[in-house]
Design a protein around this ligand. Structure first.
Ligand SMILES: C[S@@+](CC[C@H](N)C(=O)[O-])C[C@H]1O[C@@H](n2cnc3c(N)ncnc32)[C@H](O)[C@@H]1O
Length: 285
């Protein structure tokens, strides 16, 4: 990604979470009262006028499917967190936090939160928070990093992260943008965390294993993120991912069918996943 500039893909996924609040039918899969406010007045008003093409141009299942993936993975991470807090987790680390709003609506007393991201994206987010009048809670620490060059353990330690505590790591919408080396360095750190800790991530399957129509959708998304200066770099098959995560136990790796059953069944709108490109995974130590 381009060092000095806030992440454009972070804005794009935040726009999809915000659109979910405005266009999708109840019950929402991921209700987030801060998803629209964090975007600021101008973007928020624009979104209210024309939230997504669906409203004006009829059926757009691919756009709805991308939105479903974005809200589905946030829901999956926060479901995992809620369960883990019951089981003693006291820290939540958002790796590549972007404009995620969990820290500002955290319902768990005593939970410490670390938002880890590129410094330019963090500066931009903190400006947006200030403009929107959203307070940064005391339990939150911002940790700046470039996953490609810096060591996560060292940066988190500087921020006061306690490796002896049970922790949930959310790594949403980040893995495809990392080199294999940066991905492995972070997985290596995660695999050394205290017993009972968990990681939730999403990843994309390699183009070659997708059916032809999905390859076209893949190419279109890949060229859009490359134009935004954040090209895709890493893809995995489920087998390859399981191999990368061999230090973990209890791996749950979900494709569209399982995720549609869990989060999108019986909906009266078009919000559901399509195809086999994107997967969500949780793993425990
Ligand atoms: C698609 S956004 C996802 C943001 C957030 N997790 C969400 O779901 O809304 C990707 C995030 O990863 C961060 N990121 C990508 N490459 C990074 C790197 N090498 N070092 C640090 N952060 C990185 C970007 O700054 C951005 O916030």
């Amino acid at each position: 990604m381009i060092e000095a500039r806030p992440s454009r893909t972070a804005l794009r996924v935040a726009l999809r979470r915000a659109a979910h609040q405005l266009v999708d039918h109840q019950p929402l899969v991921f209700p987030d009262p801060l998803a629209v406010p964090i975007l600021g007045r101008e973007l928020g008003e624009e979104l209210r006028r024309t939230p997504v093409p669906e409203r004006s141009q009829g059926s757009r299942p691919h756009s709805a499917a991308l939105r479903a993936f974005v809200v589905g993975r946030s829901r999956y991470a926060e479901d995992t967190l809620a369960e883990s807090v019951q089981n003693g987790s006291t820290q939540y680390v958002l790796l590549g936090a972007g404009l995620d709003t969990f820290a500002y609506r955290n319902p768990f007393a005593g939970l410490r939160i670390f938002e880890v991201d590129h410094p330019a994206t963090q500066r931009w987010k903190r400006d947006l928070l200030r403009e929107a009048g959203i307070r940064e809670p005391e339990a939150l620490t911002f940790v700046s990093i470039d996953f490609e060059r810096e060591r996560l353990g060292e940066e988190l330690a500087r921020g006061g992260f306690d490796p002896s505590e049970r922790t949930v790591f959310a790594w949403l919408g980040v893995v495809p943008y990392l080199t294999r080396e940066a991905f492995r360095a972070t997985v290596g750190f995660l695999a050394e965390q205290s017993r009972g800790s968990a990681v939730v991530l999403d990843y994309g399957q390699s183009r070659e294993v997708l059916p032809p129509l999905e390859q076209l959708a893949h190419d279109s998304l890949a060229s859009r993120v490359a134009l935004a200066g954040e090209p895709f770099r890493s893809f995995f098959t489920p087998g390859e991912m399981a191999d990368e995560l061999r230090g973990f136990r209890g791996i749950e790796d979900l494709g569209s069918t399982e995720l549609n059953e869990r989060y999108f069944a019986g909906r009266t709108d078009e919000l559901r996943l399509i195809g086999s490109a994107g997967r969500m995974l949780s793993a425990r130590l």
